[in-house]
Design a protein around this ligand. Structure first.
Ligand code: NIG
Ligand code: FE
Length: 405
């Protein structure tokens, strides 16, 4: 069965549209030069046509679906934070761990000590891990450098992943993830550093597709976010914002004001955020893996969809709040904890997350002309089985750019 078929011109699905996944039973799909060139019902008879140039794959009753797009990750980092895991279990909150100088600053210290080559190798382990779990496109943020040189180091590693890994990569400059240690107590000077030194260097080397700010209680204010986004616009960088994870921060509104492609987290929101997003191009993106790991509320995805908005889901893979990049688990949490239907959750993890990272013209659905980034599952009774039986290993094969990985 093919699942996730969309017409060529659909870039995202919103409101009621999210409830439907177009499927085709007993179908075939043809890939040429890494691109989907055709599909249809009624299996093709492959026996006569077999030649050495063409590979035939029998999906054997499995689902053929678009590979996941993961529009929000921090997958480039050094070491891990398993020590803080103990603090968390003992009852410290994310904010308390950060306030003690742990959290993001802990990862920045580790990254500072790590060479660019080593950072690349460590990150590629995770890149291979997520590809094997069916992710075909990933957005990766900087933000564990927090000095000019270390932010550039991270972004160069992301560029190297882009150049060497078969999945599609988008780079996001997140210098405003936390105030670097050297600037403790001098937050506005750190914002100056971002605007006057980091952004020009990042732009000069063409290292980022997007700019991001952690606009939240205890991190960056709406005014600081506004300043950074205005400066980033001079360099043509589109924003994607961290907002409303810890408090209702105003991050959604400032993101929408600057034409953000997405506003992410949204564990805490009010009707005002829904109203701010209405009619905008901004994709509300929720990160249930972060809610799961931190034990914080889940975003109100259902409320957003009932209000007619689109919703994307992403993994937030990072060492502090979501040490997992398993998009199938994200899809399952979308159903189990956010009460999305399997179809809504499927669309949130494919076409809408493709939109949230600016790739839905080439990825996120089964559409002629799109990249052949596909998952083939083992035989399953239904689409719902994929999130329902969430620990059963159902992925049989992952195809990126037409090649089995
Ligand atoms: O998206 N919230 C901010 N940034 C990450 C966490 C980063 C970290 O703790 O290392 C997030 O959850
Ligand atoms: Fe994040």
């Amino acid at each position: 069965m093919l699942a996730g078929i969309l017409p060529t011109d659909v870039r995202k699905l919103e409101g009621e549209q999210m409830s439907h996944v177009e499927c085709l039973h007993d179908a075939y799909l043809v890939i040429e030069d890494g691109v989907i060139v055709g599909f249809g019902s009624g299996g093709t008879d492959v026996s006569g046509a077999a030649d050495s140039e063409t590979e035939y794959i029998d999906a054997k009753g499995g689902v053929v679906m678009p590979a996941f797009c993961d529009s929000h990750t921090h997958i480039v980092y050094a070491g891990c934070r398993d020590g803080e895991f103990r603090d968390k279990i003992a009852g410290l909150s994310y904010e308390e761990i950060a306030a003690r100088g742990g959290g993001i600053l802990n990862s920045a210290d580790l990254l500072h000590e790590t060479s660019e080559d080593d950072l690349y190798e460590q990150s590629m382990v995770r890149v291979r891990e997520i590809m094997a779990m069916g992710t075909g496109a990933v957005e990766i943020k900087s933000g564990y450098g927090l000095t000019v040189e270390d932010e550039l180091k991270m972004l160069r590693v992301i560029r190297r992943i882009k150049e060497t890994a078969p999945l599609t990569v988008k780079a996001n400059f997140l210098g405003a993830h936390a105030v670097g240690r050297a600037y403790k107590g001098r937050q506005s000077e750190y914002v100056d550093l971002i605007c006057n030194e980091m952004l020009p260097r990042v732009a000069a080397e063409g290292l980022a597709d997007f700019v991001d700010v952690f606009c939240d209680e205890g991190f960056f204010t709406v005014q600081e976010t506004d300043r950074i986004l205005s400066k980033a616009a001079e360099y043509g960088l589109t924003p994607k914002i961290h907002a409303n994870e810890l408090e209702v921060s105003g991050g959604v509104q400032v993101g929408v004001k600057h034409g953000a492609l997405s506003v992410d987290h949204l564990e805490k929101t009010t009707d005002a955020e829904i109203e701010a997003l209405r009619g905008s191009r901004t994709m509300p993106t929720m990160l249930p893996g972060c809610s799961f790991f931190l034990g914080i509320p889940y975003g109100n995805a259902k409320g957003y969809i009932e209000a007619g908005l689109p919703v994307a889901l992403a993994s937030d893979y990072n060492p502090g709040s979501s040490p997992s990049g398993n998009m199938r688990f994200v899809m399952a949490l979308g159903c189990i904890r956010m009460r999305l239907t399997p179809e809504q959750s499927f669309n949130a993890c494919t076409i809408n997350s493709a939109y949230a990272m600016g790739v839905s013209d080439t990825l996120g659905s089964i559409t002629v002309g799109k990249k052949a980034n596909l998952i083939i599952t083992k035989q399953v009774p239904s689409l719902a089985f994929i999130p329902y039986s969430h620990q059963t290993p159902v992925i049989e094969r992952v195809i990126l750019n037409g090649e089995t990985i």
